[in-house]
Structure formats: C-alpha cells, structure tokens
Design a protein around this ligand. Structure first.
Ligand code: CA
Length: 390
C-alpha cells in the first residue's frame, strides 16, 4: 500500500477579513492549523506551526508517531516563545491536526478543534476528539449535539499550541486499507457543513482537488462564518494504476483560492426537500365568542407580564463566556443562540485572558453560565486575570 493523490485548500470564508488557517501538504506528512489571537497574531501562530513541519528535520529519524509529536512540540515551543517575547503576539495560539502515512498506518497528532476523518466503505469516521468547551459539555452529558451546534461558545477551544511551555498532544494511530480517504480540516468546515454533506461531496467528486474546492464552496454556502481549510489524501493498493502524485505546493502553502477554478466546478446537487403534506383540518368545535375574548385578553395580559419580567431580568443578567477569538468575555443576557445565529446576549467586557490559558477545572467553574450582576461577573474574570495575564 502506498500514498495516492492528495490535495489541500484554504479560504478566508465570507465573514472574516483575514485567513488565520494554514496547512501543510508535504506527502507523506499533512497538517491543518487554525490560529487565534488579536491583530495578526492568529496568522503568525498557525504559520509558525506549519513552518515547524517543513523545517524541523531533527525529527526525521524518529518513528512516525514520535516524529509527528516531536514536530508539534517544536511548533508549540516556537509559538510560546514568540508570544512570550513579542507583546503584539501575546495570547496567540493555534490548533494543529497532523498526519503521516507510513508502513500501512496513519499516525495522527492533534491539539484543539481541527479534525481528522477517515472515509472507508462509504462511512465517514471522526478519528479525533475535539478539545473544545462544547465537546467537554457533550462528553459529560450536559449538551446534546444539536445544542452544541447552536452554542455561543462552540468555537472556544480548551487546548492550543502556544499557551504553555509544554502541550499535551493526543496521538491516534489507525491502520489503512486501499481506497481509504483521509480528511484534515479546520472548524470552519465542520461548523458550516453537516457530516452527511461532507461525505457525499467526498464520494461524488472526480478528483481530490475538486473535492477540496467543493467542500470550501459548501462551507461558504452554509455561511462561511470562519476560515475554511481542508487537506485530503488517499491510500492506494500497490496494484493500482500509477497516478501522478500531486506535487507539494511552494513553501507558503496557505494561498488564496483560485476564483477561476472555483467557477469551473459545478455545485453538488442539493438534497430535495419534500413539501409538507397538507392534512385536512379537523372541524373546530363552536365556542362562545364572549368567553373566547375574555380568555384572549387574560392570555395577552399574562404574556405581557412574562415578557416584561424577562426583559427586566435580562437587562440585569450577566454571564462569563468566551468570544470567537477565545478571549474570556462578560456577556449581558442569557447564553443561548437561535439557529439563525441571533443570540440573546451581547459583549460587555472582553478580557485579554484566553480560555485556553485556564485549566479544565477553572473553565468549568468560570463558564458555568450562571447569571450574576455585572460587577460580580467582571470580578470573577479579574480573579483569573491577576494570575494568568502578566
Ligand atoms: Ca476556526
């Protein structure tokens, strides 16, 4: 068995001005990194991670899994050192999900919420567990997958490169079979495209390049709220017809998408939605108009009372969470999003403290979403700031 073709693509999406993702397509080594931090720090962090994969040859002689882990540790050291010495880069970090294919195995190293998937026998299998707040809450049974998708803190990660001198890397090694297809991606894909659509696109595309382009397009059609990065590689049997290996792109792999190529690929067919069947309405019982008006008036008064109380309560309710960049934030309102992305809360105070700088216990304590006064909420954050922010 050997490596077949491979492809990678990154795109800023439709909302963010900058692309803080990077990827590495250096067969048999592949990686995706999703940076975070103010100004340009997120880009710096993910590019430092990608550079470590290209440059850190001290790890070349190690066994595959050790090699991936050693490179990730080296990337962490570089980012941590830069964040420590450059005030503009303070608080930056990045996810990384990296894979190497050798000797009939794929070894994956992983930190954060970028993911690795394998497609085999028509099934998409997630090989990594997200290091994120909502994944923690789901594992402990406090959130359903549907609630997690709509959760305002869904992009907050609990482990990142660059926040500590040492990082805990999750390692997974899986066997491979001819035809296996591997996908590494940032959360800009998985938060915008349901897994069944990802699988369908991977199965229907003629080439991995086309699959990568179509995945990026699907994420943009779904809202494109975050940077989108995908890396794909396939395993071939030795007897398979020789195919040209896609050459690794030049050193700076994170490049702008080719608009022309984009327009040349057709959109995947959209699943048909059946119109709801119109049931014949059951005949209404007659009722006395007077009684209905009385009940209507009482109902309206009741609703007004509830709404008034809720609004009064909301104006005084604050909770602690984290924003899209991972900064600990005090919000006014209640911690829920409607499915259209409209939340019942707004930012009132954004700390320089990153959620990833806290321990799991500290995060559980601080992000309990308890509704408190503004002073109390800011006070809770300040207690952690004093310890963590120099
Ligand atoms: Ca992201």
């Amino acid at each position: 068995m050997r490596l077949g073709d491979s492809a990678g693509r990154t795109d800023a999406g439709r909302v963010r001005r900058r692309n803080e993702d990077s990827f590495v397509l250096d067969p048999p080594l592949f990686a995706v990194a999703d940076g975070m931090g103010g100004a340009q720090a997120g880009e710096v962090a993910s590019r430092l991670a990608a550079a470590a994969f290209r440059e850190y040859h001290a790890a070349d002689r190690l066994e595959p899994a050790e090699r991936v882990e050693a490179i990730i540790q080296e990337a962490n050291r570089r980012i941590f050192e830069r964040a420590r010495t450059d005030s503009e880069a303070s608080g930056m970090g990045t996810t990384v999900t990296a894979a190497i294919l050798t000797n009939g195995r794929v070894s994956i190293g992983h930190v954060g919420d970028s993911r690795a998937y394998r497609v085999r026998n028509g099934e998409l299998e997630q090989l990594t567990e997200d290091h994120s707040l909502v994944a923690d809450l789901m594992r402990s049974g406090r959130l359903t997958p549907e609630e997690a998708d709509a959760h305002p803190q869904r992009s907050v990660i609990t482990r990142a490169l660059g926040t500590d001198a040492e990082v805990d890397v999750d390692m997974v090694t899986v066997d491979v079979e001819p035809g296996d297809l591997f996908l590494l991606c940032s959360d800009g894909l998985t938060t915008m495209v349901p897994e069944e659509d990802i699988l369908r696109i991977l199965q229907e595309a003629d080439t991995l390049d086309a699959a990568a382009r179509t995945l990026v397009r699907a994420a943009n059609s779904g809202g494109g709220e975050d940077n989108i990065t995908v890396v794909l590689f396939r395993v071939q049997g030795d007897e398979a017809i020789e195919e040209t290996l896609v050459a690794a792109p030049p050193a700076d792999a994170a490049e702008e998408p080719n608009e022309l190529e984009d327009t040349l690929t057709d959109l995947p067919p959209v699943a048909k939605v059946e119109p709801p069947v119109q049931e014949p309405r059951p005949r209404r019982r007659r009722s006395h108009w007077g009684r209905r008006i009385l009940w209507g008036a009482l109902g309206l008064a009741f609703v007004a009372l509830i709404l008034g109380g809720a609004l009064f309560g909301l104006s005084r309710a604050y909770f602690v969470g984290a924003d899209e960049e991972g900064n600990v934030t005090v919000y006014q309102g209640v911690p829920f999003d409607f499915s259209d992305g409209v939340g019942l809360y707004r930012e009132r105070y954004v700390s320089r403290l990153q959620a990833a700088q806290l321990s799991p216990e500290e995060r559980a304590e601080l992000f309990d979403h308890q509704l408190v006064s503004y002073d109390r909420a800011v006070g809770r954050v300040a207690a952690y700031e004093a310890e963590a922010v120099p």
